[in-house]
Write a new protein. Structure first.
Length: 368
């Protein structure tokens, strides 16, 4: 892997050329490598805060009962643990005593999180200190809520955290996907990226139909049947596609619930569910993990090659998009032409996920 491929000053076309020559191992390393020489978030208009919603942050199997892990999302340090009751809890990372990081060396005591420095024990639901083993009395400042707690759900083999900048309660729930727990479907095929851009730009990409021709090389601009709900949206693309069984009517259905839950079902061509697990780490960094599952009988029969090809093609498209996202800024007042797709409608819909004061770059706020 050359340094040029991970330098923000390298033109996208040059990076794409490098990608074509990479080995499988080199490409996997490039997908998560830091991008050097990036402008600051403010210089790229990415200082717009984070949209509120449910976000997948860790696969459920990766946190055992009695285990504590450090985490960093939404530009915050966090500590997450699974208590003896099997429930997952999360709090802000730093102990109110002397500032130790609870996720590094912390222990689970029943369902409480014990600080590694002086064993102060935190309740992950009330956000208070319940026990100090060596103290006669707990200071009153930590007997009331003293640290932020986070709403957690477990669904689709993932752990989900509710983010709201003002700590408001969840306004909707995570959608359960039946394929994720169906024994007749394959275990997740997992692919990971780090995208050094904004969730706003990445989400908007789904309704930017023109880029499919000029970035991904499609023969024609796709069209989609779009529907918009209060918190959810759906896009359906239908097309005839060649398969080992001849031409079939294929359907690609893209769904989202809020900004943090997205999934795509491929039907007709080759049954596939893509669970797109995306969460902001910093204002200009996203953890992106794609989880694919398919019917087991399909992956072993005459359609096995096509099943693998679909996954490979989707990954290639995200590789191509990542090169642009890593280098683009957010344009708050874009000039749109008639072939661009429903970008203005999308922005109006997406605006509801920003709390008051968020969603607008600081430069635009300063200009009034």
């Amino acid at each position: 892997m050359t340094e040029a491929a991970t330098d923000a000053r390298t033109a996208p076309v040059a990076v794409w050329q490098v990608l074509e020559k990479m080995t499988k191992e080199e490409r996997e390393a490039w997908r998560v490598a830091p991008i050097a020489n990036r402008p600051t978030p403010a210089q790229r208009n990415l200082d717009i805060g984070f949209p509120f919603g449910w976000y997948p942050f860790m696969m459920a199997k990766d946190l055992a009962v009695g285990e504590v892990k450090p985490a960093r999302y939404f530009a915050r340090d966090l500590a997450v643990w699974r208590g003896e009751d099997g429930q997952v809890r999360m709090v802000d990372a730093y102990c109110k005593h002397l500032g130790a990081h609870l996720g590094h060396g912390g222990k689970v005591a029943g369902n409480l999180l014990e600080c590694p420095f002086h064993a102060w024990r935190y309740d992950g639901e009330e956000g208070v200190v319940k026990e100090i083993p060596y103290a006669k009395a707990i200071p009153p400042q930590v007997k009331r809520k003293c640290t932020r707690t986070w709403h957690i759900r477990e669904a689709n083999q993932w752990l989900w955290v509710w983010y709201h900048p003002e700590d408001e309660a969840p306004l909707y729930e995570v959608v359960s996907l039946p394929e994720a727990s169906d024994p007749n479907w394959t275990p997740y095929d997992v692919v990971e990226w780090r995208v050094f851009g904004s969730l706003q730009n990445m989400a908007e990409n789904g309704v930017d139909f023109a880029h499919f021709k000029y970035i991904h090389g499609t023969a024609e601009l796709p069209s989609s049947e779009l529907s918009w709900g209060e918190w959810d949206r759906c896009g359906i693309v239908r097309a005839k596609m060649g398969t080992p069984k001849g031409m079939v009517d294929g359907t690609i259905t893209s769904n989202s619930m809020g900004p943090g839950q997205a999934w795509v079902r491929f039907t007709g061509i080759c049954e596939t569910l893509l669970v797109a697990c995306i969460i902001p780490v910093e204002l200009d960094e996203l953890q992106v993990i794609y989880c694919y599952t398919q019917p087991k009988e399909q992956t072993e029969g005459p359609m096995a090659g096509l099943a693998r090809a679909i996954i490979k093609d989707v990954n290639k498209q995200l590789d191509q998009d990542k090169v642009v996202w890593d280098r683009m800024r957010y344009e708050p007042n874009p000039i749109i032409c008639d072939g661009d797709g429903p970008i203005p409608h999308f922005r109006k819909f997406y605006r509801r996920f920003y709390a008051a004061g968020d969603g607008v770059p600081s430069a635009q706020q300063a200009a009034g």
